[in-house]
Design a protein around this ligand. Structure first.
Ligand code: ATP
Length: 265
C-alpha cells in the first residue's frame, strides 16, 4: 500500500459515540461475529475492512439494529449509544434508525419525488411542522449531500430518474434529513463510477464535521482516503483496530499485514 493518499489522519480527541462490548452475532448456528469490542468516536470516519464474509456488514447492522429484521439473527453483548443500551426493550428501533442512519450498497431511493424522498423521514418522526420548515430541511439536506444544484429545479421529479451517483447522494441526503448522530454506510460507492465515488468520498469527509461516519469498504484505498480509524475484521473477529495510518503503515498483526499487502482476501 505505498503511494496511498491518507486522509487527514489527525485524530483529535473525540468522545466515544458508540461503545460495543463483547458483541456476538449468530445466524442460526453460524457464529458470524465473535466477541467484538469497538469504540466509534464522535465526528470521526471509521472504516471496516476485511475479506468477504468476515462479518463487516453484520457488525455494521448491529449498530442500528438492522439485524432485528432478520429472524434467525441473534445479537448478544452490549452496544451503547451515548451510554444508553440500544438493545434495551424501551428503545424503538425506528427512532434509533433516525439517529443512526444507514446508506446501502445499492442506491435505493423511494419511488417518490426527490422532495418526498427527503421529507418522508422528518415527517414520520414529527421533526418538522410547517411547509416552510420542511422546504428548509429538504434544501439543507440536499445541499449537505452536494446534490442541491443538480436537482433544485426538478424537486417534483422521481428520485429513481437520477443517475446512480445522484441517487446515492439523494439517499445520503435522505439519511441526513432526520439529523442523525451517526451515519452507517455499507459499501456506498460499490455501484458508482470513479467520478461519483470521488464526490461521495469528498462528501464523507465533510459529513464528519457534523457526526460520526462508519463505512464498510472493500477498497483499501478508499479506507485510507476517507477514514481516521480502521478496524480489520477476519473470520468474525476484529483482529486490529487503530488509527488508519497505523493500520496501513505499521500494523501489529500478521493477518492485517497480509491483508493490506494483498496476500489474501
Ligand atoms: N441475512 C443473513 N442470513 C444468514 N447468514 C448471513 C446473513 N447475512 C450474512 N450472513 C453470514 O454471516 C457471515 C458474515 O457475513 P457479512 O455479510 O456480514 O460479511 P461481510 O464481511 O460484510 O462480507 P462481504 O464483504 O462479502 O459483504 C457470513 O458467513 C454470511 O454468510
Amino acid at each position: 500500500m505505498t503511494n496511498m493518499r491518507l486522509a487527514d489522519q489527525k485524530v483529535k480527541h473525540a468522545d466515544v459515540k458508540i461503545e460495543a462490548r463483547d458483541v456476538d452475532v449468530f445466524y442460526g448456528t453460524n457464529h458470524a461475529i465473535k466477541s467484538v469490542d469497538v469504540d466509534i468516536l464522535d465526528k470521526t470516519v471509521t472504516a471496516f475492512i476485511g475479506p468477504s464474509g468476515c462479518g463487516k456488514s453484520t457488525f455494521l447492522r448491529c449498530l442500528n439494529r438492522m439485524n432485528d429484521t432478520i429472524s434467525i439473527c441473534k445479537v448478544t453483548g452490549s452496544i451503547l449509544l451515548d451510554g444508553g443500551n440500544i438493545y434495551d426493550r424501551k428503545v424503538d428501533p425506528v427512532q434509533l434508525r433516525a439517529k443512526v442512519g444507514m446508506v446501502f450498497q445499492k442506491p435505493n431511493p423511494f419511488p417518490k419525488s426527490i422532495y418526498d424522498n427527503i421529507s418522508y423521514g422528518p415527517r414520520i418522526h414529527g421533526l418538522v411542522s410547517t411547509k416552510a420548515d420542511m422546504d428548509e430541511v429538504v434544501e439543507k439536506s440536499l445541499r449537505k449531500a452536494a446534490i442541491w444544484d443538480e436537482v433544485k429545479d426538478r424537486l417534483d421529479a422521481p428520485g429513481t430518474g437520477l443517475s446512480g451517483g445522484q441517487q446515492q447522494r439523494l439517499c445520503i441526503a435522505r439519511a441526513i434529513a432526520t439529523a442523525p448522530e451517526v451515519l452507517l454506510m455499507d459499501e456506498p460507492c460499490s455501484a458508482l463510477d470513479p467520478i461519483a465515488t470521488a464526490q461521495v468520498e469528498e462528501l464523507i469527509d465533510e459529513l464528519r464535521e457534523s457526526f460520526s461516519v462508519v463505512i464498510v469498504t472493500h477498497s483499501m484505498q478508499q479506507a485510507a482516503r476517507v477514514s481516521q480509524k480502521t478496524a480489520f475484521f477476519h473470520l468474525g473477529e476484529v483482529v486490529e483496530y487503530d488509527e488508519t495510518q497505523k493500520i496501513f503503515t505499521n500494523p501489529v498483526d500478521q493477518r492485517t499485514q497480509d491483508y493490506i499487502t494483498g496476500r489474501f482476501g
